[in-house]
Each structure stands twice: as structure tokens, then as C-alpha cells.
Design a protein around this ligand. Sequence first.
Ligand code: ATP
Length: 297
Amino acid sequence: MIRVNGLVKEFGDIRALDALDLHVPAGAVYGLVGPNGAGKTTALQHIAGVYRPTAGEVLVNGQPVYENPQVKATIAYIPTDFFFYQQARVQDMCDLHAALFPRFDRQRFGRLAAAFALDKTRAVRSLSKGMQKQLAFWLALSERPDVLLLDEPLDGLDPAARRQVLSVVMDEVAERGMTVLVSSHNLRELTDVCDHVGIVDAGRMRLERSLEELQDNFVKAQVAFADEGQALPATLDIVNSSVQGKLHTLVLRGSSAQVEQELSAAGATFVNILPLSLEEIFIYEIGGAQHANGILA
Ligand code: ATP
């Protein structure tokens, strides 16, 4: 559904995207993660058709997005700092979106506003920040997009509102097969909703997998050998290790089946394989083992 190939974006001397590849299957909920300044927002803005690529291509449903109104009509984008005419009432924003977006569904907006007790006669400036964010969601979802792009979408929402907003988004995914690309630093929340994850660093894709594959790409293993001095097999791709008595705690690249098999073949008397959280995987991919010591201790 979304295919970004070799995308380069330069802002003067700054190379924000450095041949970024990003592939989101139709109907996927894809979490885009990466450190500050990695290029996530710039990537989303290209997919939304805001920026012209310096080089490379950005295709949605097989079509280039930039200056392509037909494709852009199928995409809704909620940036971190969305814009409202502050003097406008909620109803005026609904009218504006209906005029701008050919697929905008006024009834859908009315139902969402009613379900979430959003008074359509209120001025946008009188709404709290969190209520304005909810308004941005209800407007975007009423555009009936095929693709929803979200940049740090849940910031400023209280825990109940976060759940409600996510549940409406996930309903759209389940009912209409909407594709979602979401950038967030909240890795725990992403783990709950995403089925695909891309880790971006310095404008490049470091790792792009389904969540299942990703979680089977790194494992944590507790292992003991009868002989305390026994060396660990050299074939293991160990990214971090600590030892207490006979018990080694290892973080390794590889699938749980492969790691377990190699440790058992090396004569381990005890092997316990544990999954790593997305947060731990992120830190190992981006920060290196020295950053992860605190988390995994
Ligand atoms: P964060 O997690 O902090 O929001 P990000 O991954 O979204 O970061 P971007 O906002 O895409 O990162 O920025 C990527 C790089 O491009 C940064 O070095 C940033 O300073 C630079 N950049 C982004 N927009 C512009 C711009 N309009 N002009 C100049 N540099 C820019």
C-alpha cells in the first residue's frame, strides 16, 4: 500500500532522509520508531504529499503522492502540531473538511462527535489541547481515508481518551482495511496496536519486520553449564552478557529456536528463553549494548 524507495530529503546542508526504504502492506498498522531527529516526521510528510522528494519515490497504492490530488484524497494525516482556525467552531471545521475532502462523511463526524460528547457549537479555542486532538481524530476518520498517517498521535490525551481513540482507529482497520502508519516514542503502546515495525536511524531504515518476526529476531536467554568455566559457543551472536555464578544472562540476535538449539548442543544444563520487549529491541538496535545495561540489569 505504501512503498517508499530510496527516499532522500535534503534541507540545505541537512540530509534528513538518506535513501530511506519503507514498506507498509495494505491493512497493516505499522509503527515507525527511531531516536529524535531520525527522520520520522519528514518521512510521514513525504507520504502525506507535503514535501517533494530530493530523490527516490513515494508511492501510495502504486501512485506517486506529491502533487497528486486523487491519491492525496485517500490519505489523512494528523501531524504533531495540527492546525485549526482558532476562531472557528467545531461545526465550521466539519464544514471546512467537507469542502476540502471529497470523501468526508458528515454523518460519521456527527456520530463520533455525539459519542464523545463534543459540542459542535463550541469554538475550537475554547477546547482543551486534548479535546482539540480528539477533534483532529474525528475529522480525519470522517474523511474515510484508506491511509491514516499519525505523528505522535496520543500525546496530550488522557488514558481513557487514548484507549477510545485507538479503539475507533482499530475498528476502521478491522472493518474497512484502513492502513495506518504511526510514529511514536511510546513503544509499549505501539506493541499493543502494531503488527509491523520499522526502526529508522539517521534517515535510514535499520530494521523493518512484522512485530512477530522482530520479537523473534532478538532473544534474552538465561543459561547455565555444569562447568562454570565453559566458554559460550562462538557461533552465537551475543549483544550483551552478564554472569552470576553459573548463570549467564545473554541478549542475542537470532530466533528463540535457533538459540535454544545452539545452547543445548553446547551442553547447557539449563536454558530459559525470554522474549525481549520492543523497547529493549529498540535500545539494542539504536543505542548499542552500553545503553541497554540499565534496562536489562
Ligand atoms: P523527533 O522524534 O524528534 O520528532 P523525527 O524523527 O521526527 O524526530 P525529523 O523531524 O523528521 O525527525 O527531522 C529529521 C532531521 O531533519 C533533523 O535533523 C531535523 O533537524 C531536520 N529537519 C526536519 N525538518 C527540517 C526543515 N524544515 N528544515 C531543516 N531541517 C529540517
